[in-house]
Design a protein around this ligand. Structure first.
Ligand SMILES: Cc1cc2nc3c(=O)[nH]c(=O)nc-3n(C[C@H](O)[C@H](O)[C@H](O)COP(=O)(O)OP(=O)(O)OC[C@H]3O[C@@H](n4cnc5c(N)ncnc54)[C@H](O)[C@@H]3O)c2cc1C
Length: 407
């Protein structure tokens, strides 16, 4: 192979950019291949939790271009709870909305500024030797050898198939759709999530509808649904978005969609996220929070971790990455996936929701748990709730899976 780098990253989204920024700033030779153009748009809600803001801070990405968000408004039927992001913990007390075209450009530009060789409109495939070791990537311009190949390709596709890193077919996943609309409330400082959404036939859908104000005259409107519901395969996301739009059209005074609504997958599991010479990060590793569909933070965190472990010891990086990402996220994501099976039962979902937003105090705990702003070590009510939820959902899981509505 004529070219050689320390790290070859396939995919220039938040996850791939995070690896590139971190590794290149420490002097590693990094190439990123991205099949899209510079400034490509990713279908997304554009919402950043305080956890994601913390990750951007760690990468030293200024957030001046993002719209500052103070908290979350949760709506369940007629109940409305407006909550501030928690303060005093290990995350900042604000979130943001940052349209992906701009967020992703800021991240990939930071990677270039750090010294990474970023190649747009270039596809990459892993090169796998006869021992099953990934030794580099194949691009239309020729092969590139690398000590570590990082699959940052988003929701599993051809690269995941080549690596044997597909979604676990027994676990849930999500689908979501979004559009942009104009609204006089574009500078609202709360994310809004409506937890009680129904399809055009009136069927309850596990998921939520969102209004995420961008602060630039527009609002990101969207809906997401979990695969654990009955009739998921027949769910028409365009119709679901229209039903949700009818719910918010008056309160937000929204105009027509500024572009055709676009949908994409939310992967929530993977059968494998590392192997000899490679790791998968972000969506490619199934790192999406099943409780709220958030994936940007997990992409950034896993991307940074992959770089750090490579810098510490290239040889052991894939194995250590798998272990450390597991310690950080596996328990939470497992609880989240069990939660997805729970809310796939409409009766349980309705009862649960009434409780989850029943009082300000409980809603505050819901916010912290769903936003992954606590972990098993967190003291206080939210930490206890997560631990109890983990145990209860673990006990109920076999039954919930057995009795789940078959799609
Ligand atoms: C409708 C919707 C709403 C969402 N809302 C939110 C939200 O509000 N907040 C949040 O945190 N998360 C949200 N998510 C999830 C979030 O969008 C993803 O988790 C996030 O984009 C993952 O980042 P990533 O870098 O892993 O992958 P991506 O952002 O998907 O980037 C992967 C990149 O790899 C490139 N690529 C793929 N294959 C190749 C190849 N072979 N060669 C070269 N390049 C390749 C792609 O072009 C792409 O640019 C939402 C998802 C959807 C679908």
């Amino acid at each position: 192979m004529s070219e050689r780098f320390d790290i070859a990253v396939i995919g220039g989204g938040p996850a791939g950019a995070a690896t590139a920024i971190r590794a290149a700033r420490s002097g590693a030779r990094v190439v990123v291949v991205e099949k899209g153009t510079h400034g490509r748009d990713k279908v997304c809600g554009d919402g950043l939790t305080p956890r994601a803001v913390a990750a951007l801070n760690e990468l030293e990405i200024p957030l001046d271009d993002a719209h500052h968000i103070d908290g979350l408004r949760m709506i369940a039927g007629k109940q409305v709870r407006q909550l501030a992001w928690p303060s005093g913990g290990r995350f900042p007390n604000h979130g943001a909305v940052w349209p992906r075209r701009r967020l992703d450009a800021a991240l990939i530009d930071a990677a270039t500024a750090a010294g990474a060789d970023v190649r747009f409109e270039t596809t990459g495939d892993p090169i796998i030797d006869h021992n099953g070791r990934v030794t580099g990537i194949r691009t239309p311009q020729g092969p590139i050898a690398a000590d570590l190949v990082v699959a940052a390709t988003g929701a599993p596709g051809a690269v995941a198939r080549a690596l044997g890193a597909e979604r676990d077919p027994n676990e849930p996943f999500g689908l979501a759709i979004r559009a942009y609309v104009e609204s006089p409330r574009h500078a609202d400082r709360h994310l809004e999530a409506c937890l009680t959404i129904r399809d055009e036939h009136g069927t309850w859908v596990p998921g939520y509808g969102w209004m995420f104000p961008c602060g630039d005259g527009t609002v990101n409107i969207g809906v997401g649904a979990l695969s654990t519901m009955k009739g998921f395969k027949k769910l028409n996301l365009n119709h679901l978005l229209e039903s949700y739009r009818a719910l918010v059209v008056d309160t937000w005074k929204i105009g027509p969609n500024l572009e055709r609504p676009r949908a994409w997958r939310l992967p929530m599991s993977t059968v494998k996220r590392h192997g000899p010479g490679w790791v998968a990060i972000g969506d490619a590793a199934g790192l999406v929070n099943p409780m709220n569909g958030e994936g940007i933070d997990y992409g950034l965190e896993s991307g940074m971790l992959a770089a750090d472990l490579f810098l510490a010891d290239p040889a052991s990086a894939p194995q250590s990455y798998d272990e450390q990402i597991g310690e950080r996220f596996d328990a939470f994501l497992r609880t989240g996936r069990r939660f997805a099976f729970l809310v796939g039962h409409p009766g349980l979902m309705r009862t649960g929701l009434r409780f989850a937003v029943g009082t300000n105090r409980v809603a505050d705990i819901t916010l912290r748990v769903m936003g992954n702003l606590v972990d098993a070590e967190t003291p206080g009510a939210a930490g206890r709730t997560l631990r109890v939820a983990d145990r209860v959902l673990a006990a109920a899981d076999p039954l919930l899976r057995r009795t789940r509505a078959k799609p």
